[in-house]
Design a protein around this ligand. Structure first.
Ligand code: BYC
Length: 483
């Protein structure tokens, strides 16, 4: 079966890339499959492998009807390989090869760089599943539990997507890299995942929602940039991944939004005038807004680190080679080569944060990060609307990009959420007001009691406005009796 918009289910691995006619790759993937299932069973969602979950599965790449919903036991989920349709006469749209025909095979001179990009992207997918593996047990509803598992199986599919590229286009070393993706482990001291944020814990549901809001959004930006790639199979793979990714950010935005909504409702019911009276608000059994701000500070700053250094020759090389573009590259009006242009970069000058014009090519990471920050800010404003509508006097805001950084220009300074450079002593004094403390974590953990009754929600979070797949409020999203 050749490449089509329909997915071929006749092989063990559903696909629209003609795997039945590509026995070498089919065999390689079939050999990788048992290791993947072992990984899923030992490091995927803990305690729910036999539950029936109402999941969507990609069955087509037709934008109008690409998914179907049904009850599935997660280890039986049909993880498939799906690429967006090939575009007639697609070209390399940026860099020194601009205007040439897009590559259907790996250009030899860029092999190592391309493999590196695919491996980094691939590494994040299983990492997030590992980070979230304990959360099912404290799910605040069956609806939320189902969303968690949906995110998890799709991150699993995104791993498959990268492994396909490694097996199909990189021969022996591609196969070795694919094995390694199942060996590295989030938070492991000896074999950690590649990027910082993917070795952090996701200990509670607010962290999960913040992660899917902030860190999955880095995923969106990076996938958008890779979708511009002159290497066409990578572009098509990322384009389809983005279709699934939207739901993950929806889970994050609405999850935080519903947590805020419930808190504000409780504050109003109790007649509390000051929303920053943490002790009074916590007594109501909801998460206070200042703690939500601290969680946002943490997840935003960890996610900013995922963009790499502001000035990066790696990023410049990826761009010039036509491998990784900018966000919405083809909509930008410039020469798409950036050999003579500049971009304003926030830098430390004489102990102060200032904007400095730098060569646009080396500032590619900074530009993507700026696009990311603007995207993040929109959702924060929607959260503020929830607070405002409830009549509570509080506003959430994104911290400054210099705050709590471990990569790039600000890695070696301490900065306040407003962006002022502070001394070590001041940092030590204030950090507990800016970032979640152990006591904050303990309080949130105390609220994380499972609520698995149909149509019910844990008292710290509001019900969603609409169900998944338009199901009614008491729909049984996860059939636990099987578990
Ligand atoms: N942690 O030149 P530099 C997602 C390394 S998320 C640790 O400044 P570059 C998802 C860097 O590797 C999206 N190390 O950075 C979300 C380099 O090492 P080498 C994932 C870091 O290369 C939720 C050195 O520092 N996809 O999909 O321009 C759930 C100097 O680096 C970090 C991608 O990231 C860090 N944070 O940019 C599930 C796209 N940052 O080469 C999934 C592919 C940098 O000297 N990756 N380093 O050994 C890339 O485009 C780039 O690798 C990065 C880094 C943007 C990540």
């Amino acid at each position: 079966m050749l490449e089509t918009s329909k997915v071929d289910y006749s092989t063990n691995i559903p696909n629209n890339v003609g795997l039945t006619d590509d026995q070498r790759v089919l065999k390689a993937l079939e050999q990788w499959h048992p290791g993947y299932i072992d990984w899923w069973m030992s490091r995927g969602p803990e305690g729910f492998q036999t539950a029936e979950v109402y999941l969507r599965t990609a069955v087509s790449i037709d934008p109008k009807g690409w998914a179907k919903f049904d009850y599935v036991r997660m280890p039986e989920y049909r993880w498939g390989i799906l690429l967006a349709p090939r575009q007639e006469d697609r070209r390399v749209n940026f860099g020194t090869h601009k205007g040439e025909k897009a590559w259907q095979e790996v250009p030899g001179e860029y092999r190592a760089m391309l493999r590196r990009l695919i491996v980094v992207q691939g590494d994040t997918e299983p990492a997030s599943v590992e980070q979230q593996r304990h959360l099912g047990k404290t799910a605040p509803s069956l609806y939320d539990m189902r969303n968690l598992f949906q995110v998890n199986v799709e991150e699993g599919r995104h791993l498959w997507a990268m492994v396909y590229l490694l097996h199909k286009y990189f021969g022996k070393d591609g196969r070795e890299e694919a094995e390694e993706l199942l060996v590295r482990q989030s938070g492991d001291a000896d074999k950690p995942r590649m990027l910082g944020a993917f070795n952090e814990a996701t200990p509670d549901w607010l962290s999960f929602f913040m992660f899917t809001y902030f860190t999955d959004r880095d995923g969106k930006m990076q996938l958008e940039s890779l979708a511009q790639s002159g290497f066409d199979p990578l572009s098509r793979t990322c384009r389809f991944m983005l279709t699934e990714e939207a739901h993950h950010m929806f889970v994050g935005e609405t999850g935080v939004g519903r947590t805020i909504e419930r808190t504000c409702e409780a504050i109003k019911e109790a007649g509390i005038e000051d929303p920053t009276d943490i002790a009074a608000v916590r007594k109501l059994g909801v998460i206070d807004l200042p703690t939500m701000q601290k969680k946002a500070n943490l997840h935003f700053s960890l996610s900013l680190d995922l963009f790499g250094s502001e000035m990066s020759t790696n990023a410049a090389n990826y761009y010039s080679s036509g491998l990784k573009g900018r966000f919405q590259e083809t909509r930008i009006e410039d020469d798409h080569q950036l050999t003579n242009s500049y971009y304003p970069v926030s830098k430390l000058v004489d102990g102060k944060v200032k904007m400095v014009d730098e060569p646009a090519l080396t500032a590619i990471n900074m530009r993507l990060r700026d696009d990311y920050v603007a995207d993040c800010a929109k959702g924060v404003e929607r959260w503020n609307k929830v607070i405002e509508k409830a009549g509570v006097n509080f506003r959430l805001k994104l911290p400054h990009v210099a705050f709590h950084r471990h990569i790039g220009e600000f890695a070696n300074v301490k900065a306040s959420p407003e962006g002022g450079v502070v001394s070590d002593a001041e940092w030590a004094k204030k950090k507990d007001q800016w970032l979640p403390t152990k006591a904050d974590g303990d309080f949130i953990e105390s609220l994380m009691q499972p609520c698995w009754e149909r149509g019910k929600f844990a008292p710290w979070i509001a019900a969603p406005k609409v169900g998944i797949d338009n199901k009614r409020g008491d729909f049984e999203y996860v059939k636990m009796h099987q578990g």
